[in-house]
Design a protein around this ligand. Structure first.
Ligand SMILES: [Zn+2]
Ligand SMILES: [Zn+2]
Length: 347
C-alpha cells in the first residue's frame, strides 16, 4: 500500500520537515524541507541519523534523499542544510530564485562543486517556481504552488517561500515555508480542495495568518477538516501567536513546542497522526478533574497512576493529568511514556 508521511522534526525553533514516500511494492524514498541546525545544536541531524540507522539504509544508498528543498533564505530554515547534504546526500537540491542570505552563496557554490563531480553529494540543483514540473515520487505528485515565475520580493524574503503541495490518492499535504500576505493574496485560491494537512506558514505568526485588515489570509481556503501543523518558533519571536492559536481552535492543531516530533501519514484516503509528547495547552484539565484524579500531599498535588480513577491512566502507567503540577516526571521520561498515536481521522 502506497503511503506518504510528513514529520515535523522538533528543532526547538524553526523548520525541519522529513518526507517519506512508499509505493505499493514497498520501495521507499525520502525528501527533506529545511533545517535549523547550528554547530552546537544538531536536532535535525540527530533525528535523521537515528531514523536512517534504524532502517539500515546507509550501506545501500550513496544519496539518501531524492530531494532537499530550501523553502527560503532565512537562517531558521537554512542553517545546517549543507551539513545534512554532506552527511546524507541528495539527488536534487531545490531552492527559490531569491536567496538573499549571506550563507546562500556558500551553499550554492557547494552545490555547483558537488554536482559537477562524479559521486558528489548533490546530483543536480535547480531554482524552482510554480512552473517547475517535478517528477512524482513513489506515486506521490509534487506541485510547486508558489512563487510564480518572475516574482521576487526584495524586501521580505518570507514572501519568496516555496509553497509545495504533495498529493497521494485523494489526500494532499501543503507545506508553506514562511509565506505572508503578498504570497497568499495570489496563491490562497490554489490550495487543493482535498488538503488534509496544512503546515501553518511562518510558525503561526500574525503576519503569516492575517492581512493588514485582520482578515485571515488562507484559513477560508482550507477545507474545514484540514489538520494543521505548526513548527513553532517561541524564542525570540513568540510564534505561534495567541490570536492565531485562537482562530485555529476548531481544528486539530499539532505544534512542535507542545507535541515535539509530529508525523502525519496518509494512504491516499485517510490520515493518521503520531506525536512524541502529548500537548499541554489544549489538553490541560479543569481544576475539578485534577482534584478528582490526584493525591494530596504536603508538597502539593501528586499524580500517580495507581491512585487515578481514570482507566486510561492506569493502562499507561502514568496519570494523564500530571502535567503542570509539582513533582512532575522529567521531560525525557514523560516523552517516552507518552509516545502515542491519536485516532486516525477519516478523510
Ligand atoms: Zn522561519
Ligand atoms: Zn523566514
Amino acid at each position: 500500500m502506497a503511503t506518504l508521511s510528513l514529520t515535523m522534526i522538533d528543532v526547538g525553533w524553526g523548520d525541519s520537515l522529513l518526507l517519506e514516500f512508499e509505493n505499493d511494492a514497498g520501495d521507499v524514498s525520502f525528501g527533506l524541507v529545511d533545517s535549523n541546525d547550528t554547530t552546537s545544536l544538531r536536532s535535525s541531524y540527530i533525528y535523521l541519523k537515528r531514523f536512517f540507522e534504524r532502517r539500515d539504509l546507509f550501506r545501500n544508498r550513496p544519496r539518501l534523499f531524492d530531494f532537499v528543498l530550501l523553502s527560503h533564505a532565512h537562517a531558521d530554515h537554512a542553517q545546517g542544510v549543507k551539513a545534512l547534504i554532506q552527511e546524507f546526500g541528495t539527488e536534487w537540491f531545490w531552492y527559490p530564485r531569491s536567496l538573499n542570505w549571506s550563507g546562500a552563496a556558500y551553499l550554492l557554490e557547494y552545490a555547483n562543486r558537488s554536482a559537477t563531480r562524479s559521486g558528489g553529494r548533490i546530483g543536480r540543483h535547480q531554482a524552482v517556481d510554480s512552473g517547475h514540473m517535478a517528477p512524482a515520487i513513489q506515486g506521490t505528485r509534487l506541485d510547486f504552488l508558489w512563487p510564480d515565475k518572475g516574482f521576487l520580493d526584495h524586501d521580505n524574503e518570507n514572501e519568496n517561500s516555496v509553497i509545495l503541495s504533495l498529493t497521494l490518492g485523494d489526500v494532499a499535504f501543503v507545506l508553506t515555508g514562511d509565506a505572508e500576505a503578498e504570497a497568499w493574496s495570489r496563491v490562497a485560491g490554489r490550495i487543493p480542495g482535498n488538503t488534509a494537512v496544512f503546515k501553518v506558514p511562518h510558525h503561526g505568526s500574525r503576519n503569516g495568518f492575517f492581512d493588514g485588515g485582520g482578515a485571515p489570509l488562507w484559513l477560508d481556503a482550507c477545507p474545514a477538516k484540514t489538520q494543521c501543523g505548526i513548527s513553532s518558533h517561541i524564542r525570540p519571536f513568540s510564534h505561534p501567536d495567541r490570536s492565531v492559536v485562537k482562530r485555529l481552535a476548531k481544528r486539530r492543531v499539532f505544534r512542535t513546542d507542545e507535541h515535539d516530533h509530529v508525523t502525519f501519514t496518509t494512504n491516499g484516503s485517510s490520515v493518521g497522526v503520531k506525536y512524541s509528547h502529548k500537548g499541554t495547552e489544549r489538553s490541560r484539565p479543569s481544576q475539578r478533574a485534577r482534584i478528582r484524579c490526584g493525591m494530596r500531599r504536603a508538597s502539593g498535588l501528586v499524580r500517580r497512576a495507581s491512585a487515578c480513577g481514570n482507566q486510561q491512566c492506569r493502562e499507561e502507567q502514568t496519570c494523564k493529568w500530571n502535567r503542570g503540577m509539582p513533582r512532575r516526571p522529567r521531560r525525557r521520561a514523560r516523552r517516552m511514556a507518552f509516545w502515542a498515536t491519536s485516532p486516525s481521522a477519516t478523510w
